[in-house]
Design a binder for this molecule. Structure first.
Ligand SMILES: Cc1cc2nc3c(=O)[nH]c(=O)nc-3n(C[C@H](O)[C@H](O)[C@H](O)COP(=O)(O)OP(=O)(O)OC[C@H]3O[C@@H](n4cnc5c(N)ncnc54)[C@H](O)[C@@H]3O)c2cc1C
Length: 284
């Protein structure tokens, strides 16, 4: 636990200021106690890998709660369901877990730089799959600090979010899988990873900044057309993927990311009449 904790080395963009308190929890009761203790007093924000978040450069009077090592990894496997801890970074060790246990159908997750908790919260997806299609049940601490286990159904999930209103912290999630062999699993994972490397940057970015407008108009194409030359102290739209913001200088800060986002919104509105809807979460 740290007071006045600096976020700079704790976020995927390596930007951000300081927060009142940063707590890494190793026990479910500890999480529950924190939620109860700060209810109505201070905002408690659950952070995964912060790959979809930008934290302000200023001091934030909030508590950041992170799941510790106890919640990292496979917790149980039965004939068609695997239970994975909320802190598990899927792009890191998950690939080996799937191959070793012959778990098919979940390969898409391996190329997303989030944790299982963050992916369920955001209904993350790619390559035609998303969490809503494979998630069976979750265990979470609700906003009152109580432990709950809930079946999830598709209507609980929508584009980039889940609709379960009382979630504070997702502890674990169960996913349906089918039996497969390690060669097939590894081939799928490597194909996805290769495609990523060819089309996207990976570090110092929050991934897609804006949602697509509809099936015909992508945020990507609007940014390419109107915003490609914008540069806020090194924060720019990536030339590899125009909807990804990246930083080109160690001095680039969260505020530079935020200024670029706000400026792009204004320009796109002025030039095309379209309101871009943000996908990245700003905590400020
Ligand atoms: C290079 C790159 C590529 C990406 N590609 C994709 C992609 O293909 N598809 C896609 O969907 N997204 C993609 N993303 C966005 C991001 O990785 C996903 O949204 C991911 O699910 C976020 O997980 P996280 O652990 O980093 O969550 P964070 O960014 O830490 O948090 C995101 C949200 O989830 C909540 N949250 C996090 N953990 C928990 C928990 N345990 N319990 C409750 N709430 C929690 C947070 O409070 C916050 O509201 C990409 C990002 C990057 C940087």
């Amino acid at each position: 636990m740290m007071y006045n904790a600096s976020l700079k080395n704790k976020t995927w963009t390596q930007t951000g200021g300081t927060v009142f308190k940063y707590i890494e929890c190793e026990h479910i009761n500890e999480i529950s106690d924190i939620i109860k203790c700060y209810k109505g007093q201070k905002k408690v924000f659950t952070a995964g890998n912060s790959s979809n978040c930008i934290f302000s450069d200023r001091y934030l009077d909030i508590v950041i709660l992170k799941l510790g090592k106890y919640f990292d990894g496979v917790m149980d496997i039965n004939s068609d369901v695997i239970r994975i801890g909320g802190a598990t970074k899927v792009y890191a060790k998950y690939k080996d877990i799937l191959c070793k246990n012959g778990i098919g159908g979940l390969e898409f997750m391996c190329s997303i730089p989030g944790t299982v908790g963050g992916m369920v919260a955001m209904n993350a997806g790619c390559y035609g799959m998303d969490i809503s299609k494979c998630c069976k049940r979750i265990c979470y601490i609700d906003i009152n600090g109580d432990i709950k286990i809930r079946e999830t159904q598709s209507p609980d999930f929508s584009y980039r979010k889940n609709n379960i209103k009382d979630i504070a912290v997702i502890i674990w999630s169960e996913f349906y899988y089918y039996n497969s062999c390690s060669d097939v699993i590894m081939t799928k994972i490597n194909k996805n990873l290769k495609q990523r490397q060819e089309t996207q940057i990976q570090r110092f970015t929050t991934g897609s900044t804006f949602k697509n407008v509809n099936n015909n108009i992508s945020a990507w194409s609007l940014l390419k057309k109107h915003c490609i030359d914008l540069d806020f102290n090194g924060a720019i739209f990536s030339k590899k993927h125009f909807n990804f913001i990246t930083k080109t200088s160690p001095k680039t800060s969260s505020n530079d990311f935020i200024n670029l986002i706000n400026c792009a919104k204004k320009i796109v509105k002025k030039e095309s009449g379209i309101d871009l809807d943000q996908e990245v979460i700003l905590i400020n």
